[in-house]
Ligand binder design. Structure first.
Ligand SMILES: NC(=O)c1ccc[n+]([C@@H]2O[C@H](COP(=O)([O-])OP(=O)(O)OC[C@H]3O[C@@H](n4cnc5c(N)ncnc54)[C@H](O)[C@@H]3O)[C@@H](O)[C@H]2O)c1
Length: 367
């Protein structure tokens, strides 16, 4: 209601370019409001993205504190209302960000962690869609490619369109790439277009062959400006992009500003039907010869979520690396499927044992 009131009393000039957006397009949900979820909300508030942000998390006390803190930033920025809610309060959201996740227990394998996060999604995704069936889901939980694949599976079972599920993919990695390259070239990162594709993780692929600076191929730019960019410098940038998360986590425990800004940019693209190119991840029938997996590629993103993947013409080593990266994700997905089958079998056997036990008891009783 407050949102509608705001729109009625606010002039077109005050709202700038966004005056024409219907109010029901301006509600954003965030499920999982730890460091990533809360920082994404902050980034949206600073940029005036949306009009209402609903925070949902298991930890109510912490979430209420986050909402208070975030609301206190609003008077310095743009009209926005941050509320704490439960799943029914997500009703009418245009986008729901999913950053809920459990952290690794000491000694726990990556695959076991994955299995536990898969369980979180199995309950969370249907609950979101039950109350906000038209929302586009934006997954940030790691491993983001695998979790997006699972979210898409649960969403499809719920009847949601395939275009309505995407993950942050390698938006953050592409930003790290542009930032480092921009610094080396002495150019603002917004004018450096470089894609990182594949897994958001160790096997990701920096597409050096497609980098442009203001539309000019990288080598031509370096030649014209007499900038040295040899293999050693490229290896150094590659290492810093690929290992960025390790360095940040070692220094401060976790990463959240970069991904928070990436989430805000993707939400903006959806709310404003921007049709911009972002290296998000989404399920694909085939990528670099690997079938039915979810990897990050440059996708066109708009009001209905994923519009299309860009047809990249990759050759040789880059194609082979992307293929390998897609396989890594596919194997992780297969690992979860095997865990689920093992779990089902275990439950089935336990059920069988109980039935046998009961039957034996019955037999005993009958005897
Ligand atoms: N995609 C990226 O580029 C990127 C970058 C950084 C972090 N991440 C990932 O984002 C996720 C969140 O990171 P964080 O630093 O905010 O972690 P965090 O531990 O600070 O927050 C996680 C939140 O999820 C909540 N949660 C857990 N289970 C839930 C459930 N069933 N329902 C609702 N809420 C639930 C927790 O209460 C907690 O508040 C992690 O998986 C992390 O690896 C992704």
């Amino acid at each position: 209601m407050l949102v509608r009131g705001l729109l009625r009393t606010t002039t077109r000039a005050q709202l700038g370019r966004r005056w024409y957006i219907a109010t029901d397009q301006l509600k954003v949900g965030i499920v999982g409001t730890g460091m990533v979820g809360a920082t994404a909300a902050y980034a949206m508030i600073l940029q005036g993205i949306g009009r209402e942000i609903v925070l949902v998390d298991l930890n109510k006390k912490r979430t209420e504190a986050e909402a208070d803190d975030l609301n206190h930033a609003v008077p310095f920025t743009k009209p926005e209302l941050v509320t704490v809610g439960d799943y029914p309060d997500l009703d009418g959201c245009k986008v729901v960000v999913v950053a809920a996740g459990v952290s690794q227990k000491p000694g726990e394998t990556r695959q076991a962690l994955l299995g536990r996060n898969a369980k979180v999604f199995e309950t969370v995704i249907p609950k979101i869609l039950q109350h906000s069936p038209k929302a586009t889901l934006l997954v940030a939980t790691n491993p983001v490619d695998v979790m997006t694949h699972l979210a898409a599976r649960f969403a499809a079972a719920h009847g949601a369109p395939a275009s309505h599920v995407l993950g942050t993919g390698t938006c953050l990695d592409s930003a790290r790439f542009s930032h480092l390259l921009g610094r080396h070239l002495g150019v603002d990162s917004s004018s450096v277009h470089g894609y990182v594709v594949g897994e958001h993780g160790d096997s990701e692929v920096l597409l050096w062959s497609l980098v442009t600076v203001g539309g000019v191929p990288l080598d031509d730019y370096c030649q014209a400006r007499q900038i040295l960019l040899d293999d050693a410098i490229k290896r150094d940038i590659d290492f810093k992009v690929r290992r960025a998360a390790y360095r940040i986590i070692e220094g401060k425990g976790s990463t959240y500003y970069g991904v928070g800004a990436a989430i805000a940019a993707i939400v903006h693209a959806i709310i404003h039907n921007e049709k911009c190119v972002l290296t998000i991840c989404a399920p694909m029938a085939t990528v670099a010869g690997v079938q039915n997996t979810t990897v990050a590629m440059p996708f066109l993103v708009g009001g209905d979520g994923v519009i299309a993947v860009l047809p990249l013409s990759l050759q040789g080593e880059e194609y082979a690396q992307l293929s390998k990266s897609a396989e890594v994700i596919k194997e992780a997905i297969a690992g979860i499927d095997e865990m689920e089958i093992a779990e089902e079998n275990k439950q089935h056997n336990q059920q069988g044992a109980t039935n046998n036990h009961n039957n034996n008891n019955n037999n005993n009783q009958r005897a």
